[in-house]
Design a protein around this ligand. Structure first.
Ligand code: F6P
Length: 316
């Protein structure tokens, strides 16, 4: 059973808390700098321009002004920790090397503002990150991460982070501090909620159509916003559920990025007792990162539901 801390009853701030649970100083500095950057991004979401930046990201998608601002904020913060030797942003084509005097033993991959097109509807959006030891991403597997997490910008701003020591949720308390709000987070094997991404694939995939109709006829409840961060946070917060994004002709391997989106969430969900696989049953954390913008299909959440869903897909 997870433990919730209401009304700052615990008042455990992220930085001293991570020190007390034994996270090494350099890794803790990186997580803290990401949390710090998240506060500026939350401020920009509330007060900045919601318009287009008149530029495209490496995947050819139109960038919002907020995508560009969020990317800049995270780059600046990661640069100034002097703990990160390499970073890669979903908004940039290539990875960036940083030279600094301190030991730089980590590589950080991040999606600065996932689901940003939802911001004009005032829906929740988020930042996703994965931290690797060493100075590269290519050839690695998600299982080699030393920490992963996300920031959810919704009615409240939350930071959820997992390391080998555990998984915790921190809530921004209105005066710029992230305080512990949940620990011992568990995702149960059976799902109560389903979040079916890429429903346009139903037009060409009878296997996915069968799975969708199966879900629609079970007591499972549909909860889907179109933003990966809030949609997976729904599973993490309720302790059960499944999210999927299978491929179709426009994106045969699925649309979501292995390095920036799928692997960090797979790390978090496994830490909570769930699982993440691609639509052929390969564990997301065992997939080698072949390019920075490598895409993968994904089914993620409650273990039994992921297996059940897989039994529908890619069958004749
Ligand atoms: O990758 C960005 C993203 O917005 C995810 O947050 C979300 O799950 C997915 O794309 C939605 O994709 P689509 O717009 O194809 O439904």
């Amino acid at each position: 059973m997870d433990k919730r801390h209401e009304n700052n009853e615990a008042f455990l701030r992220v930085n001293p808390f991570l020190r007390d649970v034994g996270i090494p100083d350099d890794l803790r500095d990186i997580i803290f700098s990401i949390a710090h950057a998240g506060k500026y991004v939350a401020h920009s979401i509330r007060n900045g321009s919601l318009g287009y930046a008149h530029s495209e990201n490496p995947s050819g998608e139109d960038q919002l002004a907020l995508d560009v601002v969020a990317d800049k904020i995270f780059c600046e913060h990661l640069n100034s920790t002097c703990r990160v030797g390499t970073f890669a942003s979903e908004e940039q084509e290539a990875e960036v090397k940083i030279t600094c005097s301190d030991g730089q033993h980590y590589a950080v991959a991040f999606d600065p503002l996932d689901g940003s097109s939802l911001v004009s509807a005032n829906f929740a959006i988020g930042t996703i990150f994965g931290i690797y030891a060493g100075d590269q991403f290519l050839g690695k597997k998600g299982r080699e991460m030393v920490a992963a997490g996300y920031i959810l910008y919704g009615p409240r701003t939350l930071l959820v982070v997992a390391t080998e020591k555990g998984m915790w949720e921190f809530t921004e308390n209105g005066i710029g501090e992230f305080v512990l709000s949940r620990e011992n987070i568990v995702v149960e094997p059976d799902a109560k909620y389903f979040a079916p991404g890429n429903l346009r694939a139903l037009a060409e995939r009878s296997d996915y159509e069968k799975l969708f109709l199966h879900w629609a006829k079970t007591p499972l409840t549909l909860r889907y916003s179109g933003g990966m961060v809030p949609d997976i946070h729904m599973i993490i917060s309720k302790g059960s559920g499944i999210f999927c994004y299978p491929g179709h002709s426009a994106y045969p391997n699925g649309k979501l990025r292995l390095l920036y989106e799928c692997a960090p969430f797979a790390y978090l969900i496994e830490k909570a007792g769930g699982v993440a696989k691609d639509e052929f049953g390969v564990n997301i954390l065992d997939k080698e990162i072949k390019t920075l913008h490598h895409r993968s299909s994904i089914l993620i959440g409650s273990k039994n539901e992921v297996e059940q869903a897989l039994s529908f897909l890619n069958k004749k």
